[in-house]
Each structure stands twice: as structure tokens, then as C-alpha cells.
Write a protein of this length. Structure first.
Length: 301
């Protein structure tokens, strides 16, 4: 009875939170919907002086702006303390209005949206805090300038507590979402939710879809005690990252123990928009939040 009770509770409580409105260009959605990463020129406005402690998450927040994205954003180095030269570089360009090449996992997620309406393309003033109201992140960063940060995609450490898969995924699935098309744009209305760094097991359900920056695989998600918490979720694996190298060795039906982060699934957003008038999918624009996972670490067996 525990799981249905939690699910019903979440259905009734998520709608009570302040609703967040994100307006995106449909062309932007289409450009990212089947991409695991984004590459852009990034102006670093302000960064953490030092990375978060391991007990918090070991990330380093780097707030800034990108003309390609057109939204306030934060980029994050995972397990940042192990990259002292990259951190030194960040502080050398911080606040200088200098564009720096940046590649990493794009992430649309309403964890730190505040109460602001997020409209893509509006003028963004220089950011003055490392955690401004934002819905768009590059997290984790895989390359910054000339620094290869793929090795940072590893477990955070014993002092960090990961989110439990059954709790996190039920919260994701219970989050309300409404899509409102408006010409070349779409407004995504949803509620705030966090729950990063989920520890789970995955079972490969199908062969991968290979992209130029990695691969997507549909997987069954289970808790650490092998209880199924989601029958089918798309999971992205960054090209040449430790999780991608591991999953390449596995066949359909095999399992893997990972750490993952959630993001809004823009492929499903696009699908819902294209099928708004399809009678096979009634009320499709008001279905709950479409989400997917990105594998950011492999846990030891």
C-alpha cells in the first residue's frame, strides 16, 4: 500500500506549488530533442569560489549567459575538486564578458526556477549570483575551453546521499505539465521539482539509438532491491563517458547500476505538440511531465 499512497499524495500536492511558465522556440526544442549535449559559447558571469563539499553534491556552479540558449543558465562541473586547473581557468575569465567554448549535458528542469517567468530570447542582464532563477543548465559540463571534463562523470563519494529511485521517479511522473502552443513558440507550464542524482538499476529494453554525441536507450528502472519503479524510460549516455563505455558492452536484457539526473524530455514535448489534434491521444497537451534520465556515473557492482 505504500507506493499507491505516495503516488496519490503526490498527485494531490504537486498542483499546490507555484506554477512555472517556460516559453521556448519550437526550433530550439527540435534542435535539442535528440541530443544529449549542447555546445555553445558561454559568458561566465560568476562562479562558486570553491566546489560544494561532497556531502552536498561536489558540484561547482558557474552562472552565465549564452546567445544560443537565450535564458538565464547555470553550468556545473561534476566532482569539481578533482579539476583544479579547470577551476583556475573559470576564475580567470569570470566576470570579463569573455565567451568560452562550453559542451555538456543540456538540462531543462524546474529545480531553481524561482517565481520568474522564463521567456526564451528576452534580454538577460549580467548575472550576479551563482544560483539565479533558472530552468536551463549545462550539467554536467564535459568540456570547458580546452579542458576535457568527461572523467568527472563518476560517483560522488561515500559522504553523499543519492535519491532513491522509487521516491524520485514517482515524483517526476506525478508532476503536472501543460503545453500551450503559440505560433513558433510553446509555453510549458509545470511545477518545481528537484531530486537530482538518482541511484538506480536499469535493464536495457532495446538496442540503442546512436547519435553523434552519445546514445539513447529505453530501459526499465528498478530500485536497488530490484523493485520495478518505471517500466520504460529513455536514458541518455554521453559519448565516451564512463557510463557510455560500460553500456556499450551490454546486450538487451542486461542490467547496470548507475547514477542519473532527470530532465524534461523534449522529444516527447515535440511529439505531443505534433499530435495535439490526434484523437488517439486525448488531452495530450495536459499529460504529466515528460521526463528522461541522463546516466552520469556507473556504480561498482
Amino acid at each position: 500500500m505504500k507506493r499507491p499512497l505516495l503516488f496519490l499524495l503526490l498527485l494531490t500536492t504537486t498542483s499546490t506549488f507555484a506554477q512555472i511558465q517556460i516559453t521556448l522556440r519550437k526550433s530550439f526544442i527540435d534542435s535539442l530533442k535528440n541530443k544529449i549535449t549542447i555546445t555553445t559559447d558561454y559568458t561566465i558571469d560568476i562562479a562558486h569560489k570553491t566546489p560544494n563539499p561532497v556531502s552536498k553534491d561536489a558540484d561547482m556552479h558557474i552562472a552565465g549567459r549564452s546567445e544560443d540558449v537565450g535564458l538565464p543558465m547555470v553550468a556545473e562541473i561534476m566532482n569539481a575538486a578533482g579539476q583544479p586547473q579547470a577551476l583556475k581557468f573559470v576564475h580567470s575569465v569570470e566576470g570579463k564578458d569573455q565567451k568560452t567554448p562550453l559542451t555538456g549535458v543540456w538540462r531543462l528542469w524546474c529545480e531553481h526556477a524561482g517565481e520568474d517567468i522564463q521567456d526564451q530570447g528576452e534580454e538577460i542582464p549580467k548575472i550576479t549570483t551563482t544560483n539565479p532563477p533558472h530552468v536551463f543548465e549545462v550539467h554536467p559540463i564535459t568540456k570547458l575551453g580546452t579542458f576535457d571534463l568527461l572523467p568527472t562523470l563518476h560517483p560522488i563519494g561515500d559522504k553523499f546521499t543519492y535519491k532513491k529511485a522509487d521516491d524520485a521517479l514517482f515524483r517526476y511522473a506525478a508532476t503536472r505539465c501543460t503545453l500551450v502552443p503559440d505560433g513558433d513558440n510553446v509555453m510549458i507550464q509545470t511545477n518545481g521539482i528537484g531530486f537530482n542524482y538518482v541511484e538506480c538499476k536499469i535493464e536495457l529494453l532495446d538496442n540503442p539509438v546512436i547519435e553523434d554525441d552519445g546514445r539513447f536507450i529505453f530501459c526499465r528502472i528498478t530500485s536497488l532491491d530490484d523493485e520495478v519503479v518505471a517500466q520504460k524510460v529513455r536514458i541518455g549516455f554521453v559519448l565516451n563517458s564512463p557510463p557510455e563505455k560500460k553500456v556499450k558492452t551490454l546486450a538487451v536484457g542486461k542490467t547496470m547500476h548507475i547514477i542519473a539526473i532527470p530532465r524534461i524530455d523534449l522529444a516527447l514535448v515535440s511529439f505531443r505538440l505534433k499530435n495535439a489534434d490526434n484523437p488517439k491521444f486525448p488531452n495530450i497537451l495536459s499529460w504529466n511531465l515528460p521526463f528522461e534520465l541522463i546516466a552520469v556515473a556507473v556504480m561498482p557492482n
